[in-house]
Design a protein. Structure first.
Length: 224
């Protein structure tokens, strides 16, 4: 990770948005570690690639997390997504927990409710064969904020969902610039893209999806 802003011959042009590919963005915030740009098209706030961690450093940071299958606090946290999702699923649907981490508790909760679950995680469950299957739903909690190429990943997931299925995401949402500046969420060096309601509205239109935002951080995209 680069720990200081580079100086030199004037400001560099803002990079293209990693979600909509719009080349126009403006500086949204700067701290002592990184800078954050905001896309003028889809409103995604993103960290330029020169501030991203290496894969080894990212994995080392994830290894510090201590979630496990018997963590009641972690279960309550995931239930904010699992409960409304279960209310919208048919019986015995097939699902994928994308980015499940070392303790796939969400897949366990959904499986306990009768759904057939597959799991995938880049570092902890890297069997990519499951990504070539199709599913009635895909759930991804606290993952999209880590994606260097959210457009490609989300599009690939969307194409793996059967007609009428759901993509369920859980991520904290940008509200405004003032709150962003003091937001704990940006202190995590593995968080590199930040969505807002406006961003998800753009994404729903791009995917031709029906958008539903539940509470403050749970997003459902339904496929026609």
């Amino acid at each position: 990770m680069i720990n200081a802003l580079s100086g030199g011959g004037g400001p560099e042009p803002a990079p293209s948005c990693p979600l909509c590919r719009q080349p126009a963005a403006h500086l949204y915030h700067r701290d002592k570690f990184r800078e954050y740009n905001r896309c003028v098209e889809c409103a995604l706030v993103f960290v330029p690639s020169q501030y991203h961690l290496s894969s080894d450093a990212e994995k080392a940071y994830y290894d510090l997390h201590e979630n496990d299958l018997h963590d009641e606090g972690y279960e309550r946290f995931l239930s904010r997504c699992a409960k409304p999702l279960l209310e919208r699923l048919p019986n015995t649907a097939s699902g994928l927990d994308f980015g499940c981490g070392p303790a796939p508790l969400l897949a366990h909760l959904l499986g306990r409710a009768g759904h057939r679950m597959a799991t995938y995680d880049l570092y902890y469950q890297p069997d990519s064969s499951v990504l070539h299957q199709s599913f009635d739903f895909i759930v991804s909690t606290e993952v999209v904020e880590h994606l260097a190429d959210p457009r490609q990943v989300l599009l690939d997931l969307w194409l793996s969902i059967r007609p009428g299925g759901l993509l369920a995401l859980m991520t904290k949402l940008v509200v405004d610039r003032e709150r962003f500046a003091s937001w704990h969420y940006i202190r995590d060096p593995t968080h590199i893209v930040f969505f807002s309601k406006e961003t998800f509205s753009w994404l729903a239109q791009y995917l031709n999806a029906e958008l539903e935002i539940c509470g403050s951080d749970v997003i459902f995209l339904k496929k026609p």
